[in-house]
Design a protein around this ligand. Sequence first.
Ligand code: MG
Length: 161
Amino acid sequence: MKDIRIGYGFDLHRLKEGRRLILGGVDISFEKGLDGHSDADALLHAITDAMLGALALGDIGKHFPDTDPLYKDVDSRVLLRAANTLITEKGYFVGNIDATIVAERPKMNPHIPEMVKRISEDLSIEPSRISIKATTSEKIGAMGREEGISATASILLFSKY
Ligand code: MG
């Protein structure tokens, strides 16, 4: 019987000087970047977590532990592709993704088409199946004070058979 699975992911990384800002696989020019063991791409981490969550396979930390030197400064697109391989092996594929980035600055909108393009390449799905949105936090709370950037993602997976 064909199966449909929903997945949800959330991630947050702290903004820090001297780090590159990478979101959705795109290197964004900004005065600070996201801190983490990997490249700290909060958007790709939220999407990867949603993919794993949809099949109850645990989370990104279980599959790619930040205690493993293998994942030091790793390009999160590698993790996204690995998660895609995992769900493919289980007989599923991504139907669509709807994600939101919460960042006070910089402006995300100019970079969203390139993020969509890269994610569609990594998952081998049409760009029209990928929605990435961005909002500020209205200067309220940690995101509003530019202490970090967070992202959420919902995903649908379909079984092949
Ligand atoms: Mg993360």
